[in-house]
Design a binder for this molecule. Sequence first.
Ligand SMILES: Cc1cc2nc3c(=O)[nH]c(=O)nc-3n(C[C@H](O)[C@H](O)[C@H](O)COP(=O)(O)OP(=O)(O)OC[C@H]3O[C@@H](n4cnc5c(N)ncnc54)[C@H](O)[C@@H]3O)c2cc1C
Ligand code: SF4
Length: 453
Amino acid sequence: MSEIQGNGMRPGRPRAIVVGSGAGGAAAARELQGPYQVTVLEAGREFRRLGLSTRWLERLRNWRLLVDERIISLAFPAMRIRRSREGLVHVNGLGTGGTTTLSAGNALRMDGPLRELGIDLDREFEELAREVPISAGHGGGWSAETRRLFELCRESGLAPRPAPKMVDLDRCRRCGRCVLGCPHGAKWDSRRFLDDARAGGARLVTGCRVRKVVIRAGRAVGVRARIGARTVFIPADLVVLSAGGLGTPPILERSGIRCEPRLFVDPVLCVAAPWPGSRQHRELPMAFVVQRPGYIISPYFDYLSFLFNRRWRRPADRILTLMIKLADSERGRARGRGGRLDKTLTVEDRRRLAEAEALCRNLLVRLGARPEDIFVGTLNAGHPGGMLPLTEADASTLHPDRLPANLYVADATLLPRSQGNPPILTILALARRVARVAAAAAGAGRAAPRPAA
Ligand SMILES: Cc1cc2nc3c(=O)[nH]c(=O)nc-3n(C[C@H](O)[C@H](O)[C@H](O)COP(=O)(O)OP(=O)(O)OC[C@H]3O[C@@H](n4cnc5c(N)ncnc54)[C@H](O)[C@@H]3O)c2cc1C
Ligand code: SF4
């Protein structure tokens, strides 16, 4: 095994490794670069959006070439799809920007469960509001169907509201391809924070899959990782794990640190009707949200079902969809070995999903769809987290006791429970605070002395 020492780094500064460059990793790297010499280790490559047009995708589908969701990564390596043992499809980003590059651009503050623990992130949210372009003023670009759905929800007392978007609306062309990577540089994703960290001197190593944290005498001394066929050891004074809700727990467990079988994923189910002339695939996705106890509903063109679900083999401009995003029970795990995921929906999860589906069917019928024509999509999920949940005892340190003093987690793994709502903004705020706490703890003399090279 070879050792990477960080060529070109300024000597003398403590070294921090940040694993992953998604929401949590980019926010932590940007904060730590300065007090630390940061190296970001990213399993994937530089992000590339999916270039194929919707017409071409439709052709490939009609030629029956798209047989399984997992093959999407052949054309679009930044999207990784896995199936849990129970058949639930999990979607994640792999590459710079992590899953934020695939986001629908929603920017909701969802820190209720953290606040209940005594964690106040007001300062971080205020800073983010100045740094990330967030606006809900996109109503002028909505399709006629979206406007009618919005009105219908309002008349039904569902209190819909335009979704705040981390999108530069002047540059947005309403092309509807947010989840395939924005072609116009309008959507904010965490590569912007990664670029800031790099401009400050941070180093990025792509194609570097971290296997475990190396812990000696109760302290993290670095990480073991695979770069191509090579296994390398990369030393560090501080290690921050931000490999996401499915990536961080296996690294912890390989390092001998137990996680909790409390995986949540925010399952998504789309309910659709045939709708000639629909323009939903050509507008900002999730233009508005209805927030109900335990789930949200929102208009959304579901590419995953459109491409891979037999019931959806119809032209894109003939489908009108409402998405349900559920707050699921914390039950499941991402395993280190074999990569299998366990995620079960409980009876209560299924009950709430059925309630939400009935509401969506009702709305589509009131809009003019025939009940017998309505069809549902593939049950999938893309907001994993919760396997090392923060507790009241961690409120000031943001550092669960079982971690060595100089090992931190800064991603969705720390979130205490599912909210069935978009989490990026909350993860950015939390990761920034974790990085601040880590740097302050090290400044107070708790960082490991640099091991001899
Ligand atoms: C289709 C889709 C749309 C979404 N839309 C929204 C939205 O509109 N708004 C919102 O708030 N949320 C949205 N989300 C969810 C959001 O993107 C994620 O919850 C968020 O990005 C999670 O942040 P994270 O830091 O925990 O992990 P990620 O952003 O997933 O980052 C993890 C990073 O770690 C890397 N990695 C993994 N394993 C390793 C390893 N072993 N070694 C090195 N690197 C590793 C990955 O490549 C990745 O870069 C969406 C998700 C999906 C799938
Ligand atoms: S709708 Fe198109 S241009 Fe606008 S943010 Fe999404 S991908 Fe970018």
